[in-house]
Design a protein around this ligand. Structure first.
Ligand code: C5P
Length: 276
């Protein structure tokens, strides 16, 4: 394990692995060096494909939700709202609780700024970080290059087209043609730039698996259980359908965070996936 990169090896969560979720705790407690401190790493390397979005406005609210979840059964996602409110403290607090973190800041800037932001995220020990594919090939490949040069194993993925976007929305910003064409174009560009995968809708997952290959990870938000409110999401899918379509990781926010018992809902979803 590199001193610059405090991460455990990442797992390969497939439907077939779901029965082993219980047996997936990291066995050792490694001492890790982050930029700011040395501390005991208690993070759990789970085989669960679920990433729970901690879309909360402040530290207390996010930690209250995290404390209702078990890092053996999910990773957590820290997005723009929470990170802007709390800064690196939230990353440290969640890692101390055993969670691996997807830092979803969707960087979109010139190559140097994008790459340095990605590097700063990896230095905090996050498991996954992302950029917008529409930042372009140079921004993506530079970010990947700097991660590799620093010895980081943090997964770097790119957002293709937001799952809240429609074809009409794309047309409004000057992108002509079909939404699926745009998703495929950006996914191929991401792969060419050497990234680990893309964020996309689970509705596009089977096409993208065929296009980009099995090793290219598909991270899919817009997951809703039958009967759930779709809220602002437009291209939604059930957890089972998402996995069947080839999703590697399912990002689930409100369906879990707004449940009366978030952990029970998480476990029910994992159970339902065993039939996927
Ligand atoms: O509550 P819900 O399940 O809709 O949350 C989805 C999460 O995934 C949110 O944190 C949102 O920012 C994120 N996300 C998304 N679509 C993308 C990329 C990320 O919904 N394309």
């Amino acid at each position: 394990m590199s001193a610059a990169n405090p991460q455990h090896k990442t797992s390969q969560p497939l439907a077939a692995n779901l029965t082993n979720v219980h047996a997936s705790m990291a066995t050792s407690q490694d001492t890790v060096q982050t930029k700011s401190e040395t501390r005991v790493d208690t993070r759990v390397e789970t085989k669960s494909p679920i990433i729970v979005a901690l879309d909360k406005a402040d530290l207390m609210a996010a930690l209250t939700l995290a404390d209702q979840l078990d890092p053996n059964y999910c990773r957590v996602k820290v997005g723009k709202e929470l990170y802007t409110a709390c800064g690196p403290q939230i990353i440290d607090n969640l890692q101390q609780r055993g969670f691996e973190i997807f830092l979803d800041l969707k960087f979109h800037d010139i190559p140097n700024t994008t790459a340095q932001a990605v590097l700063a995220a990896a230095d905090m020990g996050v498991w996954m970080v992302n950029v917008h594919a529409s930042a372009g090939f140079d921004a993506m490949s530079e970010a990947k290059k700097r991660l590799v040069n620093a010895g980081h194993v943090t997964q770097l993925i790119a957002v293709t087209v937001l799952t809240s976007m429609t074809e009409q929305g794309l047309e409004q910003i000057g992108v002509a043609g079909s939404l699926l064409d745009q998703v495929q174009r950006l996914a191929l560009l991401t792969k060419e730039a050497g990234l680990d995968g893309v964020v996309c809708s689970a509705q596009e997952a089977s096409v993208l698996k065929q296009l980009c290959g099995q090793g290219f990870k598909l991270i899919t938000p817009g997951i809703r259980l039958t009967g759930d409110d779709s809220n602002d999401q437009k291209r939604i899918c059930t957890p089972q359908a998402a996995l069947n379509n080839g999703s590697d990781y399912l990002v689930i926010g409100r369906s879990i965070s707004q449940a009366a018992d978030p952990n029970q809902k998480l476990l029910a979803i994992i159970d339902s996936l065993k039939q996927a």
